[in-house]
Design a protein around this ligand. Structure first.
Ligand code: GDP
Ligand code: MN
Length: 389
């Protein structure tokens, strides 16, 4: 689960990380009032969206007057932001953050995320923070420091100090940064984060250390343990199809290919995507309808995958265990009648009640003219790739 920068700043502030105060507004006039109320001669206006790369996209602006603040807010609220992290379609901005600008001497990068290979969270840090961090990672990976956390104790103070020194801090500033990293690690562990990133962490010309951007994500499977975090959820920023899928208990992730897949079981869904790739296609989504899917759930799944205009074909791959093949076949036929499948549909069913399912599908072929059945997964992938090319 993602949250906005302003929410993350608030949480990090409470966790003992120095974050400058800010105001959040949802209209340009309020941005002007916030500028005047703050009174600082130079302020920063920032779009609040679930994507980074705002600085380069023109959605982080320094302003000197209330009128400039209003204009910047107007621009951000009326234009979709397109950045390296959003894809060409961009995302809408609904909220704006305003804060006194910080006088930056140097920008650093610090984050904690899960290292799946090590099976433990790690600190990632660099003296070359700011908007170019992706470039630094590509061109100069040695400038990025990694330090694993103890899986139960988090980042120990000596390890925090080691990281602070490695990215160039000395003296009192090094212990300030070490403490900040330890606090970040406590926050990460206590809140079940999957990511807690500060980019940039800055040293001001006055020598103060401040977090001026924050990106925090939580492990979806642990959010139920934190009512105060669950309350921060903002569905308006999540892909509308993913929100619908969550409500129907479907695990759906939109991808950018053209072959939609509907599968039961995450492992089988991954394998299905691999086999589509193997035969030269590209998956339009990951979709695991789960073991206990109902007829209504399956219908909603078809509606969701078909609302993606890029979809040129559908592959249904079901191993009927708890969800029986005939239930899926019937849902598919009902959905077909309701929505009307215009794109090729290839179905591979195996498992409980497969015979009954095949009879249902054979009888439905006049109503579903784009339907083909397949004997196994390779056959299904070949057929759907051929039909969409
Ligand atoms: P991002 O591009 O989405 O990561 O947005 P950030 O909040 O990190 O802002 C991008 C860049 O804008 C930062 O790396 C800074 O260089 C600059 N910036 C942000 N806030 C301030 C500020 O208060 N003062 C100054 N001088 N620059 C800022
Ligand atoms: Mn940033």
């Amino acid at each position: 689960m993602k949250i906005h920068e302003y929410q993350a700043r608030d949480l990090l502030g409470k966790a003992g990380i120095p974050v400058p105060p800010a105001t959040v507004v949802d209209n340009p006039e309020a941005a002007g009032h916030a500028f005047k109320a703050n009174g600082a001669p130079l302020q920063v206006v920032k779009a609040q969206v679930f994507a980074g790369g705002r600085g380069k996209a023109g959605f982080v602006k320094l302003v000197k007057t209330a009128d400039e603040a209003v204009a910047a807010a107007k621009f951000m609220l009326n234009n979709k932001m397109v950045s390296v992290q959003t894809g060409p379609e961009g995302i809408e901005v609904n909220k704006i953050l305003i804060a006194a600008a910080v006088d930056i001497a140097k920008e650093y990068y610090v984050s904690i995320t899960l290292d799946r290979n090590r099976g433990t969270p790690i600190v990632i840090a660099s003296a070359e923070g700011g908007v170019e961090i992706e470039e630094v990672a590509k061109k100069n990976p040695d400038a990025i420091i990694k330090e694993p956390l103890h899986p139960h104790l988090g980042l120990l103070p000596f390890a925090g100090l080691k990281v602070a020194r490695k990215i160039g801090f000395t003296g009192k500033q090094a212990s300030t940064v070490a403490k900040l990293l330890v606090n970040l690690s406590k926050f990460y562990m206590n809140s079940d984060c999957s990511m807690a990133e500060i980019n940039p962490l800055v040293v001001t010309k006055q020598g103060e250390v401040l977090a001026i951007d924050a990106k925090v994500q939580f492990d979806d499977n642990a959010v139920f343990r934190h009512a105060e975090i669950a309350a921060l959820k903002d569905d308006s920023e999540t892909d509308i199809l993913e929100v619908r899928a969550q409500k129907a208990n479907l695990n759906y992730i939109k991808l950018d290919g053209s072959i939609a897949c509907l599968v039961n079981g995450a492992g089988l869904a991954m394998a299905t995507m691999d086999v589509i790739k193997l035969f030269g296609g590209s998956p339009a989504n990951f979709l695991d309808v789960g073991g206990g899917v109902t007829s209504d759930g399956a219908k909603e799944a078809f509606r969701i995958i078909l609302s993606d205009p890029k979809v040129k074909g559908i592959l249904v791959n079901i191993f009927g265990g708890i969800a029986k093949c005939d239930l899926i076949a019937q849902a598919l036929i009902d959905a077909g009648k309701e929505i009307g499948f215009k794109v090729p549909l290839v179905v591979r069913l195996e498992g409980t009640n497969v015979k009954e399912a095949r009879v249902l599908l054979d009888n439905a072929k006049t109503e579903l003219p784009t339907l083909q059945t397949a004997v196994d997964l390779n056959d299904a992938a070949k057929k759907v790739v051929a039909a969409t090319n």
